[in-house]
Design a protein around this ligand. Sequence first.
Ligand code: PEP
Ligand code: MG
Length: 763
Amino acid sequence: MPGFQGRPMRSALGGPRVLLRRLREVMAEPVSAQDRLDKIVVLIAANMVAEVCSVYVLRVDGTLELYATEGLNRSAVHLTVMRIDEGLVGTVAREAEPISLSNAQAHPAFSYRPETGEEIYHSFLGVPILRAGNTLGVLVVQNRAHRSYTEEEIEALQTTAMVLAEIIASGELTALALPGAEPAARRPLHLTGSALSEGIGLGHVVLHEPRIEVTKVIADDVPAELDRVDHAVQTLRASIDIMLEDEGVARVGEHREILEAYRMFAHDRGWINRMREAVMTGLTAEGAVERVQSDTRARMLRMTDPYLRERMHDLDDLANRLLRQLTGRAGGPEKMALPDNAIIVARNMSPAALLDYDRTRIRGLVLEEGAATSHLTIVARALNIAAVGHIENIVGLVDAGDPIIVDGVSGEVHVRPPTDVEGVYVEKVRFRAKRLEQYAALRDVPTVTKDGVAIDLHLNAGLLVDLPHIDETGASGIGLFRTELQFMIASAFPRTNEQLKLYRAVLDAADGRPVVFRTLDIGGDKVLPYMRAIEEENPALGWRAIRLGLDRPGLLRSQVRALLRAANGRELRLIFPMVAAVEEFDKARHIVERELTHLRRHGHGLPERVLVGVMLEVPSLLFQLDALFERIDFASVGSNDLVQFLFAADRGNPRVADRFDPLSPPALNALKTIADAAERHGKQVTLCGELASRPLEALALAAIGYRKLSLSPASYGPVKAMFLDLDLGAVSALVKPLLNGEAYIPSLRPHLKAFAETTGLPL
Ligand code: PEP
Ligand code: MG
């Protein structure tokens, strides 16, 4: 290989492997951080046959500081500071890509710093110091001669940068920094996403999928490490093939698509060659996987195409599988004991996975994905866990054990918070605890507005963990029991007996208060892990809920039977989800009647009475309300779906979910039409979507005629406190002309907010 001025680099100076071994020795020496860096730059310069080697560290203020140099003026160390948009070093940091130039001064980005004395050096090779795709600094070598650095040299310098990344990430350089100019690697981060579940959690990061810690990155025996890479890749390919052949994997659908993508990547020569090349520079197989993945992440994090960004997650998964293979932990991430005050950080997770953790130790949840009405969110709320979603790349930005604060009220997350921020949050937690005590004190106060209107507040529930909330809040009952949650967290279809046990427990806990059970609402975003997924163009509009129930009546029948038996001697209230036409209700009711007859014939105990209703959540029902109310015993409005369908805006898609305001006249008029029809027919109607759980929205619902709301347990106190202070007559008078008005108004929200402010309503 032609090296500097024709000398073969590797044979002359031992090449990158010898360098890595020497670096390992320096890493183990008991010297100061500065001495260690100084020794490292000397070693690198000698090994690369370069006159200059410098380390620049990215600081919390976003600038790059020269931390060590061999070859430039030593007096410039800790004095030379450049902006990230400045010079070649800044470009390397920003782009997270190497830059190699034989005539650096001719490059438009070149910026001359007289204090360094670098004007005599012509060639420049800079590589980013990366960790999990994030830039921590820049490593540079320079030569006087117009030298073209070879691919191997660039590769070797990148590998060396990995060792520096470990030093920077360890925090040992912080002692060398001035206050406010510490290395950015461990800097506090203030991130904003969307609030998913109310509450504030202070604690320490637990990665839901822990990174495999690579402890040995420097190879002792390179050919053996190459064999290990090849072997691990072979095993990975075989395991993907087995997964694809697995009968349990749907033939179509997302799961299969992901596996197909994995197979494609696992056979990608480029990916495998990059790992082999990294091993050739002296890394272990694990070190090589980590380095290649860090480079890939760095590139992909800078892409804006959401499809390509998604592929980054596939490659992360694949790299993790390889690492597990190499470290002998192929069985998947093992479960570890949670520390106290755990904040779980994940890209996303299933509701079942959240329930698997020791609830008493979890203080919060932070997700890269997540949606306000997703089932994971619903479970987090049921468990009273503060949760924030849409925090981009959070998994790559934190380390296990980092201090972290989750603010599920504002949607903010503070990683490694400074002490003053932590102090503010400790105070907030104290304040919230006091407020919760105040809400608890309202437990036995009837929910009646200041002008004497009674509002009936119920709870939304779906799991056993929800049940204690009935007594804690003093709610009137359960306004919506989402039976599918039990199915979603199970690993196989719950047997009729298991269903029976749960429904009985719910009725026992309600202790005579009404409970509205909704039959299985699966399909759409509600996926059962053990049920074959059907590929549909628009799953939310597809074969789901009652549609599936009527086409596969076996499932619905067995559930209805479990419900009827559980209610033996008590009242049973049942609703069907996603009814879009009156005859669907007729058919579903017929199934209930057949099951009643069946149980009677076989001498089973029967409910004292059975009331049957529908979820009003498909807009078509708005135009069949009279026919519908003539048939049903009661109705429940599912505003989450109704609003999604009304505005054609996917409730699970953060780009559009909050685009249209449910307090706008079209939404409120739709909801009012339903409340009016219920009143005309003398039938009860409850609103059980998330709208009822927000005080301002609950205020609007009462103003248009709703007297029964069903909400999440955490919202019970705030919504009740609002009603106790409300003059309902006054707000109804305000709302009426705004809804009927001639003048166009986009939303009633500002009007209602102003009303709340002037009347001192607690929101
Ligand atoms: C709704 O759609 O408003 C509702 C309450 O049901 P889910 O959120 O379970 O779809
Ligand atoms: Mg719904």
